[in-house]
Design a protein around this ligand. Structure first.
Ligand SMILES: Cc1cc2nc3c(=O)[nH]c(=O)nc-3n(C[C@H](O)[C@H](O)[C@H](O)COP(=O)(O)O)c2cc1C
Length: 177
């Protein structure tokens, strides 16, 4: 039997995941923040919409530079992911503090997180909804993925510090690509 869900908890039902580590850089300082409020908007070129709160240090860097990297962590990085979400980039160097490696990107000035199984280098292409919703539209301009990772155990946020791990994969006959 279902019971009413408080509206403040709706996000935990709909959050699509995987939780990403949003990489930004400004004035030579790279930063990371976990981000789960994102959605695909187009196949090719790939467009991704995302909400970055103006209260976060990452917002200013994304707004100023128009560049970022969407790093996709797997279960092994869960603790570092949460640590990055419990701290702010203007107060510490999260790469150094949490033992993450900044690798150079190909198309943007923001580094990629080496330990993440995939990295999507992005540019902001539409800011129309930033003022109203802190919603940025990004275009992925260069993508990297480790082909050795066959079934990535990505992290999916359930709210209140809980995460689901991606697990079993099934394949069905589908017209959807
Ligand atoms: C699992 C998880 C998901 C999060 N998703 C978002 C998000 O989608 N947008 C956002 O603005 N903040 C999100 N946050 C909060 C930021 O990651 C957090 O405020 C972080 O400390 C910001 O870092 P910064 O100040 O260095 O940018 C999330 C945090 C966690 C732990």
């Amino acid at each position: 039997m279902k019971t009413p869900l408080p509206l403040a908890e709706v996000y935990a039902i709909l959050e699509p995941g995987p939780v990403l580590l949003l990489g930004t850089a400004q004035d030579g300082r790279a930063n990371l923040m976990p981000m789960s409020w994102h959605c695909m908007m187009e196949f090719e070129p790939p467009l991704v919409g995302c909400v970055v709160s103006a209260a976060n240090h990452s917002f200013a860097a994304l707004e100023a530079t128009g560049e970022c990297v969407l790093n996709v962590p797997t279960a092994e990085l869960a603790q570092q992911l949460v640590d990055c979400g419990n701290s702010h980039g203007d107060e510490l160097d999260k790469y150094a503090r949490y033992g993450l490696t900044a690798a150079p990107s190909a198309a943007v000035q923001v580094p990629r997180v080496e330990e993440c199984y995939a990295n999507l280098e992005c540019r902001v292409v539409d800011r129309q909804l930033v003022g109203r919703y802190n919603f940025f539209i990004l275009q992925v301009v260069q993508a990297w993925c480790d082909p050795a990772v066959k079934a990535p155990r990505t992290l999916h946020h359930r709210g209140y510090g809980k995460f689901m791990l991606a697990g079993e994969e099934i394949t069905l006959d589908s017209a959807m690509r």
